[in-house]
Write a protein that binds this ligand. Structure first.
Ligand SMILES: O=C(O)CCC(=O)C(=O)O
Length: 284
């Protein structure tokens, strides 16, 4: 892992103004390629031990994903965005399969995450494979994080039945398309090389087109919140990453000490039944 000296004041200014900052390098390309290989091994082990792949909260059962989430430089960036008391609320492998036609509709994250206040919610999107216009990189409209809640087709978490019976090409389980006219000239393409990441505010309008490349586009997304952020839907779980949690809004998850061991799998099973696991228990 390596990174060049970083201008934190400039980062903070851009993040506050635009709600999004990219690209920032975390890994050298060859390190990122190795991680893309580890991703494949991870999913093979997930299928063997659990009967299906794992997309939500992989950091709970994988020491290498947990190590990325704890990377000190990443946490310095997160701290510059949301302050020193940091929880990892959720994480996911966001995969756009080659030529599968799946897209991500324009949305803000927070209206369906049911977290308040929204200002201290920040996402890190780390590219493990090239994330380009062709492979369906994330797209965003700068500055929309200050628009607060824009009306969506719907808000709130999808029920288990909805998740199980979903048929559209929209990769979001919730179909929370924004009712907003977005002009092409306002769209920023968050192009990333393997090992680079973007940072986006929970209220930023973002989405993305289908992957037309001949490889799967894989991103690891880490969703951090400050410890004072509340979940209004249900009891929730998160991992303390830095600083102190004097609020006690979340059951604190332990770090995995081994990959896919019984303890970490039990922690994952519990968390997937909660909002931060997006109730991802469709297939037991
Ligand atoms: O991976 C993508 O293209 C979309 C990701 C996204 O919507 C998110 O991380 O909030």
């Amino acid at each position: 892992m390596s990174h060049v000296p970083f201008d934190f004041p400039a980062f903070r200014e851009t993040y506050q103004r635009d709600g999004v900052v990219w690209p920032i390098r975390l890994f050298e390309p060859e390190e990122a390629n190795a991680l893309a290989g580890q991703y494949k091994v991870f999913q093979e082990r997930a299928k063997e031990t659990r009967g299906r792949e794992i997309y939500i909260k992989p950091h709970l059962v994988s020491t290498w994903v947990d190590a990325i989430a704890h990377n000190p430089f990443l946490l310095d960036i997160v701290e510059a965005a949301i302050g020193p008391d940091i929880l990892l609320w959720s994480s996911d492998f966001f995969v756009k399969t080659a030529r599968a036609g799946k897209y991500v509709c324009w949305h803000q994250d927070t209206p369906y995450w049911e977290l308040t206040p929204v200002d201290n919610i920040v996402n890190i999107w780390l590219a493990l494979t090239p994330s380009t216009l062709e492979s369906g990189c994330m797209q965003a409209v700068k500055g929309t994080h200050v628009m607060r809640d824009i009306v969506h087709g719907r808000t709130g978490f999808a029920s288990r039945d909805e998740q199980a019976n979903k048929t559209s090409d929209n990769l979001l389980a919730y179909e929370q398309e924004l009712s907003l006219n977005i002009r092409d000239e306002d769209v920023a393409n968050l192009v990333l090389s393997p090992g680079e990441f973007s940072v986006h505010h929970g209220h930023l309008v973002h989405g993305g087109r289908p992957n037309q490349a001949d490889f799967d586009r894989v991103g690891l997304v880490l969703r951090y919140i400050s410890t004072d952020t509340r979940q209004s839907r249900d009891s929730d779980a998160a991992m303390l990453m830095r600083g102190r949690d004097i609020h006690g809004h979340y059951d604190l998850e332990p770090r995995p000490t081994a990959d896919f061991d019984a303890t970490s799998l039990a922690v994952l099973a519990d968390s997937l039944n909660r909002p931060s696991g997006f109730f991802d228990t469709v297939v037991a």
